[in-house]
Design a binder for this molecule. Sequence first.
Ligand code: XLS
Ligand code: NI
Ligand code: NI
Length: 437
Amino acid sequence: MKYFNFGKIKYEGPLSKNPYSFKEYNKDEIIMGKKMEEHLRFAVSWWHTLTALGSDPFGSNSMTRKWITTDPISTAMCKIDAGFEFMQKLGIKYFCFHDRDLVEEGETLEESNKRLDIVSDYLLEKMKETGIKCLWGTANLFNNKRFVHGASTSPNADVFAYSCAQVKKAIEITNKLGGENYVFWGGREGYETLLNTDTERELNHFALFLKMAKDYANKIGFKGQFLIEPKPKEPTKHQYDFDTQTVLSFLRKYGLEKDFKVNIEANHATLAGHTFNHELNMARINGVLGSIDANKGDLLLGWDTDQFPTDVYDATLCMYEVLKNGGLNPGGLNFDAKVRRSSFELDDLAFAYISGMDTFAKGLKVASKLLEDKVFEDNIKERYKSYESGIGKKIDLGQVDFEMLNDYALKLKEIDNVSGHQELLETILNQYIYNTK
Ligand code: XLS
Ligand code: NI
Ligand code: NI
């Protein structure tokens, strides 16, 4: 059975008026020696694309999806058919999933695990047939009411044990599917009030849980990269994985920094009061930029709206960090994004993915030009040139102390500063966006 009426989406160039075509994403085009599709490694999110039906806290489902029936196993199988048809038509080579998006959980953990075995057999078959791969898997440790106080950070030891068991299975399934990464987004790992919370104990538990997950992955030979996805709030008021730097200090405290990188989501960055660009940069300079959840938030709303990314400026600065990172592989760009509740027709899914893919393709092209021309590099180099010789060089080499610097400062007459030229640089950036074909 076919679910989507449109055919294969092809590249038709920037002037095409066909809504079922790519304007910028030309998968085989070579950018800095690599195909566009190898740079971008786009992935479909199983939850937003195949599972969500448009409900929100004020309204029920607004979407009808023919693959969703009343039987959980047949729904799971039909979702796979729909998902693979969609990915093939859009030319997307990866997908990401939570265990519970693949198939609804059963009455017991055992039943849920059995369902996952059945469904993943079929998924694997489809993957072999099409060459589509798994970018990452994860466990949903937030939806069921048992996680009301958190998962590994729950005050209830039974919930801790259950969470470990669920992640054990999710890693096994991700391994079976050859997943290239495994993600931990701390769903309800956080707190609402300190009046009832032992944060120190909860963080100790969180670290133990992550360590055991890594040990188990090693034990079963899972080679995928482990990623933590920072988010500052929602669903809890204060999520423990607030942002990249918070995650880094947590990992370092518990000696986990070698085993985990981060998955940066644009909307989570802005919720933390950062730009997307800032989070990517912090991850990159600390050597932990692993993968990206490509979406955008609404700056006027205070929650995770998970919209499809359409902002070329942000995508450009994102791909600039990605290129400077030497790429994302084995990570990729997962569209952790959903169509608006009012965009309930099936084809809206295609329009959404096309716009996201075109946006990042454009961002990649502009970023590569900026890098090739060393637009910011040259300027930055110039800005820090006082560290290339004299006292600056000594500072960088660590050959100074307070007394020496005091002697030096006492001899200074007037200190000269140079403008940062922010507006000029912004104009140049815009010029690259206007002129990149
Ligand atoms: C929620 C997160 C989630 C993760 C995977 O805000 O973005 O979707 O990406 O659990
Ligand atoms: Ni995400
Ligand atoms: Ni999110």
